[in-house]
Design a protein around this ligand. Structure first.
Ligand SMILES: [Zn+2]
Length: 379
């Protein structure tokens, strides 16, 4: 029998090997973020197990950041790193076990379909080929990566720049929530499609500012929730600093320069098997006008995309009880505008499940493309 081997030496690789003696009892531990206590993201390859009945046991699953995330969850796997499928997975409250018979000598496992830094650079490059796109580097992360921004508008439109609505889309503040960058990819593909009437009108009326990856260091390090300094970026919006959270500092600075009329912040949720949004109703500055915009946005999105729903979510935050350190709350309060956190599932959409893939990169892309319709409705 070929010797079994596990590797994490690649972009977003993360796992700790406990035992590789027996393919039916491979034991691993989920690793913590590189500078913080959150343990949830994993991504690794297993070599030497072709045709064998493999059980991978995640021994510390019950002690991870969100143990409820493993209830009803199935591990994602791939033989070719292009097509990802779900494997039979159980969770007994302590140990999570994934069962699979690898078809080839190397199989990859991940918490969710990965989105690598190379893919990120490909995404920026392909978007920059459009005449409507300007690519900008806002500054650098603690590990020295570019904070890339895409500015997108139809410069030929008769509407002046000052009159155009300033729309922001940011994603992956929590770097392990890779569905968020898949969402951005789908959004950009449709927005830059010259045959799409909705996109053409949006580009005439709006200037889009898109940050596809808010946390490049955390993404490459294989973190679930934090950057190189261990900061949870979605708790940094009130007082970001170049020492601890340059990603937020730089993007916030740009927002203050451009102004914001609408902001979407894309995330993934470990627990709930649904797509939903979280608004800013707990802000002191929340108004009936913003509530109307929220309703129009949600109603239009539900009508145009059955993968979006408004029944299952976190519930409403009491008036005045909003956490002002979250991007959505800070933006909505600062600019008196509509802002949503978009949550996609790590598991599946329970209302439209897919047994083979669960919620996936491709489905996140479709959802990202579909958000242009509610954008048109509110603008
Ligand atoms: Zn998140």
């Amino acid at each position: 029998m070929t010797q079994l081997h596990i590797s994490t030496q690649f972009d977003s690789g993360a796992i700790e090997v406990v035992s590789l003696e027996d393919p039916r009892n491979i034991q691993v531990n989920i690793r913590k973020d590189s500078a913080a206590g959150f343990a949830q993201w994993f991504h690794f390859s297993l070599q030497g197990a072709a045709g064998l009945a493999v059980n991978v046991k995640f021994l510390n699953a019950g002690a991870s950041a969100y143990p409820k995330g493993w209830e009803g969850y199935r591990v994602v796997a791939s033989h070719d790193r292009q097509h990802w499928f779900r494997v039979d997975t159980t969770f007994d409250g302590h140990v999570m076990t994934a069962r699979v018979k690898p078809e080839t000598q190397c199989i990859y496992f991940a918490y969710f379909e990965p989105y690598s830094w190379e893919q990120h650079l490909d995404l920026l490059a392909s978007a920059a080929a459009s005449p409507h796109v300007t690519q900008e580097c806002l500054g650098h992360t603690l590990d020295g990566r570019d904070m890339g921004l895409l500015r997108i508008t139809d410069a030929q439109s008769s509407i002046s720049l000052a009159e155009k609505k300033k729309v922001w889309l940011i994603a992956r503040q929590h770097p392990g929530e890779t569905m968020a960058e898949w969402f951005v990819e789908g959004f950009l593909e449709r927005l830059l499609d010259p045959d799409d009437a909705v996109s053409r009108v949006l580009l005439q009326r709006c200037v889009f500012h898109v940050v596809p990856n808010m946390n490049p260091d955390g993404a490459v390090r294989g973190n679930l929730r934090t950057n190189a300094a261990g900061a949870n970026l979605n708790r940094e919006w009130l007082e970001p600093s170049m020492e601890k959270s340059p990603e937020v500092f730089l993007v916030r600075q740009k927002m203050l320069a451009t102004g914001v009329d609408l902001c979407l912040d894309a995330h993934g949720d470990e627990g709930l098997p649904y797509n939903f949004v979280v608004g800013s109703e707990g802000n002191p500055g929340y108004t009936p006008h913003v509530a109307d915009l929220e309703n129009t946005f949600k109603t239009t999105w539900m009508a145009s995309c059955p993968d979006f729903q408004d029944e299952f979510n976190y519930g409403r935050t009491e008036a005045g009880k909003a956490n002002p350190t979250l991007a959505t709350n800070w933006v909505a309060q600062q600019f008196a505008c509509l802002a949503f956190t978009i949550e996609m599932p790590f598991k599946d959409n329970a209302q439209l499940p897919d047994a083979a893939t669960g919620w996936s990169g491709a489905r996140s892309k479709k959802l990202g493309a579909s958000v242009l319709q509610p954008l048109l409705a509110v603008l």
